[in-house]
Design a protein around this ligand. Structure first.
Ligand code: FRU
Length: 496
């Protein structure tokens, strides 16, 4: 159909039909990455409803194959977000001596209780798989963690704490994180709470993720806590923040340096765009790689986006690194390298210098609905540099850097269909930059309905979706006399 042609992403995962929101149960095992996701496979309209865990697999995090839904809604409730772990030592006892059990930990959302306004509608439950994640059996004694009297009590993310030989679960408790510990994934004990008076509190602290990570280029290990928050994002609605600190098996404590950093920044945002939510990481990835993937939408308008067979997609998976520069930590995000194997054609553009709006005709030779664009700007002045993707319908997507007021921006207000929700494009999206930039490096990932901007090797990210009435086919840039546009490389992707 024309909807498929226009809006079905070329390489970002989207379900064949039905609604999708958060990625769930991310794990890697025996050469395969598993992506589960909040899904309503059996509704004629792709809306939020009786949630299941949908399922897709990939060998390389780029090309996904959708399988049948993995964990279905039942009489105990909707299957809300959660995680999965590879239980190598069979601590759960679910193993059969032949296959490694994979255990999924999710939230039951009891819709009857929710409707009746009862506070304890959400509890944590488990299911296991003995065939590498293909089929799942719910544990007969669910829930494994009852509701302690907190209305928003959900999204368990579990990891193996090797030092203490325990499983640790972080989960949303209103606008705080609670941590629980377990030896067998079945019996859980409260460990601690985190979040009072730190970070953003504009909404519920959903979909957390705590993990150890090396400070890039050192042997020092820190712990990063990702906390998704809705609403209260930097440009409206849903977004993800993070904290850097230490975890002693019981308590997550912010690092002193990071505490100071937050006094300046208030909140450390993982992504400044409006469409990267519920980002969490894969369990059991080899070589200590930390790979995250998010839902590429926003609760502000997710149920109104103009597709009718399916709604929602995932971001490009990103590898993250913790970088310490001076006295600041940054959780750097970059698209997984596997994407580069799908480059089918590369155009290198001569360095550009000039004044005014300059078109880049080379971009016209590339299908910009599956492309990666890299470039550097040098000798930046205190001006605004705008890149414009446009089409014959007069629609455009503008992005760039405002070097007088110091921010990156993305403007989708003229990008095509925007009026399906007044919250979709009320204004441009901004990400603050510290002071005058002399140089800037951009990596842009384009699909039919999304743009992902990785600035300065992933120091700042803006992810957003758009719905143009025709594909964007042209690229131009506004420069001043002295500025140089260097190393402009346009890569065609071909992911079929
Ligand atoms: C986040 C969220 C989670 C919840 C799920 C329900 O987007 O609200 O907190 O578990 O979606 O689909």
């Amino acid at each position: 159909s024309s909807e498929e042609q226009m809006y079905r992403p070329n390489f970002h995962f989207s379900p064949q039909k039905g609604w999708m929101n958060d990625p769930n149960g991310l794990f890697y095992l025996n050469g395969t990455y598993h992506l589960f996701f909040q899904h309503t496979p059996f509704q004629s309209v792709p809306d939020f409803g009786k949630m299941h865990w949908g399922h897709a697999i990939s060998k390389d995090l780029v090309k996904w194959e959708e399988l049948t839904p993995a964990i279905a809604y039942d009489e105990k409730g909707a299957i809300f977000s959660g995680s999965a772990v590879v239980d190598t030592d069979n601590t759960s006892g679910f193993g059969d001596g032949k296959n490694v059990p994979v255990v999924a930990i999710f939230t039951y959302n009891d819709m009857k209780k929710e409707k009746a306004g009862e506070i304890d509608a959400q509890s944590q439950a488990i299911a296991y798989s003995l065939d590498n994640g293909k089929t799942w059996t719910k544990y007969s004694n669910n829930p494994v963690l009852k509701n302690p009297g907190i209305k928003d009590f959900r999204d368990p993310k579990v990891f193996w704490d090797a030092k203490r030989k325990q499983w640790v679960m972080g989960l949303a408790a209103q606008d705080r994180q609670h941590f629980y510990g377990s030896k067998n994934l079945k019996d859980w004990t409260f460990l601690s709470e985190f979040g009072k008076d730190v970070g953003g509190h504009g909404g519920v602290w959903e979909c957390p993720d705590l993990f150890p990570i090396k400070v890039e280029g050192t042997n020092e290990e820190k712990w990063v806590l990702i906390v998704n928050i809705n609403p209260g994002g930097p440009n409206g609605g849903s977004a993800a923040q993070y904290f850097v600190g230490d975890f002693d098996g019981k308590t997550f404590k912010m690092d002193d340096v990071f505490t100071k950093q937050l006094q300046k920044e208030k909140v450390a945002w993982l992504d400044w765009g409006r469409d990267n939510y519920a980002s969490v990481s894969f369990d059991n990835v080899p070589d200590n790689k930390r790979v995250i993937i998010g839902w590429m939408s926003n609760w502000d308008y997710a149920d109104k986006v103009p597709t009718s067979a399916w709604r929602g997609s995932a971001t490009i998976p990103r590898e993250i690194q913790l970088v310490k520069k001076g006295n600041d930590y940054t959780l750097v995000n970059n698209p997984v390298k596997e994407i580069n194997k799908y480059v089918s054609k590369t155009i290198k553009v001569k360095n550009i210098k000039g004044k005014g709006k300059l078109s880049i005709p080379e971009a016209g030779k590339i299908d910009l609905t599956q492309a990666i664009i890299n470039f550097n700007l040098k000798n930046l002045k205190q001006e605004t540099y705008t890149f414009t993707l446009s089409n014959a319908a007069g629609e455009s997507l503008d992005f760039g850097i405002n070097n007088s007021d110091h921010y990156l921006f993305l403007d989708r207000t003229k990008s095509g269909k925007t009026d399906f929700s007044e919250k979709f494009a009320p204004k441009i999206t901004k990400a603050p930059l510290e002071g005058n930039q002399k140089e800037a490096a951009f990596k842009i990932i384009l699909d039919k309905t999304s743009i992902e901007i990785f600035y300065n090797n992933g120091e700042k990210v803006i992810t957003e979706i758009f719905f143009s009435n025709q594909p964007f086919t042209e690229l131009s840039v506004s420069l001043n006399q002295e500025t140089e546009l260097n190393n402009l490389v346009i890569n065609q992707l071909n992911i079929n």
